[in-house]
Ligand binder design. Sequence first.
Ligand SMILES: [Mn+2]
Length: 310
Amino acid sequence: MQNKDNKELYIVGAPFAGGQGKQGVDEAPKLLLREGLETEIQNLGWNTHVSHLEFEEVKNDTPISNMKNPRFVSKAAEKVYDSVKAAAEKGFVLTVGGDHSIGAGTVAGVLAAHPEAVVLWIDAHADINTPAATQSGNIHGCPLSFPTGIDELPEDVEDGVFKWLPRKSLDFSRLAYIGLRDADEFEKSVIRKYNIAAYSMHDVDKYGIARVVEMALRRVNPGNTRPIHLSFDVDALDPFFAPSTGTPVRGGLTWREGCYICEAVAETGNLVAMDLVECNPHLGEHDEHIKSTLHSGIALVKSALGQTLL
Ligand SMILES: [Mn+2]
């Protein structure tokens, strides 16, 4: 359980772009801070501590299974894991990406500090492809395959790629999705096979966002006893509100629906960690697109950290 008097908040900047093919997503942490992220958090009563990770390129990083940049991503996610674990033992940890491949590290890191934690994955995509099943080869579509243990990488995997990551630390009964609208056939089969709590945009349309959040939390955290890790991919929002992102998909959450999810999770009193990923300031047609994406991200973080409308 979260110690509610602990107002120490660790911002881990994870400027990593190697989990997908588009440059620019690595510039988001610095830009979000420049747009006032830290000050806004301080204004909500948190004591902030900021660190920025650095990731070393890996030479001759040939594919393993279908994964592109496997050694680079594995090393980066391990670095994220170490920082997130250390921070989560001391207070709230906000990891700012970077692409969503760092989620392998944040989920494992939060679970190392809070073994009972549940994960809410807010995303247009399910990000649970395996190294063999991924069509694109981009590991930002695979992070959940590792902590759930379905990745099927052999024990003696080349260069120990993702060997550092504790497998099966995340039980499927403790993972919930909200906002899905672009899961591929393999991911749909995984969701069905393991009976994962998955709420697509169809469910948001049908039940409304309040009931969806309530149902998701009831499925993975009945009794509200477990700590919560909220991993928010900005592409969960409709591209109208977050156009500057690598894999935008129409028909997403509105600004208010996104903020509502964060507010409702904050209200549980059990949120211990959040990721904000996939803001890419190189994408978008003009400056307004970039600004609105960054400000959507900041609004989500504030909503998760205690800001209320009244
Ligand atoms: Mn994602």
